[in-house]
Design a protein around this ligand. Structure first.
Ligand SMILES: C[S@@+](CC[C@H](N)C(=O)[O-])C[C@H]1O[C@@H](n2cnc3c(N)ncnc32)[C@H](O)[C@@H]1O
Length: 261
């Protein structure tokens, strides 16, 4: 990895505030991560990732003209155990994908899963690295995704800029993230109870660790979806930013286009 990436790694390890959510934290729970995901999302996380992969293609109502119907080269940032990467590869059979994440234990599981699913090594390349300093040239990809990762990065603005930089003009940036459910309808209150009461306790009990209390705190600290959508435009110059709320407002799917130069 080049110097900028090592610098970002240094920031992530040195800052006490960054320890939670860092690659090192995820390495500690890597072997339990997928099972916990299924349980804590009540099995819905797969469906959310399918929606995210689908959003790599601009919808018919979008004004984007240059977005291909099938992306050929895709980047998955904070790829972790590879679920979104593998979903994207199965949805777009012609595509190759680069996945990047600072946690080697999470990447090891992604590799094992790819091998079990007989994904050819030419289609999936995994890298150790941080969202804040992506080791790719400008405009390398047709689309980039990040699922449940933008909440964890140490510098959100720099990460958004990097996502926009490595995608070619007309290409897509897709972000899936857990957000604070807002409102007072019975389903929203149920979603709040799940996020604030059940997830931290069930997560801590199942994983014997504090990671799932961090999950609740970091969801609270994440901006409301509309503010984050504005940040995507303001910080990274992305256009056609759309937000879709899933799971009773506890998950947001952001999709946007990199403007033509
Ligand atoms: C909640 S997991 C999400 C993994 C995967 N995308 C998924 O959908 O299951 C968050 C991931 O973000 C990674 N991460 C933490 N800090 C990061 C950073 N600065 N840049 C990129 N990834 C980071 C962690 O190592 C972890 O694998």
């Amino acid at each position: 990895m080049h110097d900028a990436t090592s610098e970002a790694a240094q920031v992530a390890t040195d800052s006490p505030a960054a320890a939670d959510g860092s690659g090192a934290m995820f390495d500690r729970i890597a072997r339990r991560y997928d099972r916990l995901n299924r349980i804590l999302s009540l099995g819905m996380d797969r469906r959310w990732r399918r929606r995210a992969a689908a959003a790599l293609v601009a919808s018919a109502s979008s004004k984007a003209t240059a977005a291909p119907t099938q992306p050929h080269r895709v980047l998955d940032v904070a790829t972790g155990t590879g679920d979104l990467a593998l979903e994207t590869l199965s949805r777009f059979p012609e595509a190759t994908l680069d996945g990047i994440d600072p946690a080697p234990q999470m990447l090891a599981i992604a590799r094992e899963k790819a091998a079990r699913r007989l994904v050819s090594p030419e289609r999936l390349t995994l890298h150790e690295g941080h969202a804040e300093a992506l080791p790719f040239a400008d405009g390398t990809f047709d689309g980039a995704t990040i699922a449940f990762g933008i909440r964890n990065v140490t510098d959100r603005s720099a990460s958004l800029r990097e996502l926009a930089r490595v995608v070619r003009p007309g290409g897509r940036v897709v972000i899936l993230e857990l957000v604070e459910p807002r409102g007072y309808s019975p389903v929203t209150l149920g979603a709040k109870l799940w996020v604030h009461v059940v997830v931290p306790r069930l997560g801590a009990w199942l994983s014997s660790s504090r990671e799932y209390r961090y999950l609740q705190r970091s969801i609270e600290a994440f901006p409301p979806p509309r503010d984050f959508a504005e940040m995507m435009q303001r910080e990274a110059g992305l256009t056609e930013v759309h937000v879709r709320k899933l799971a009773f407002g506890s998950v947001a799917l952001f999709s946007a286009t990199v403007p033509e130069a």
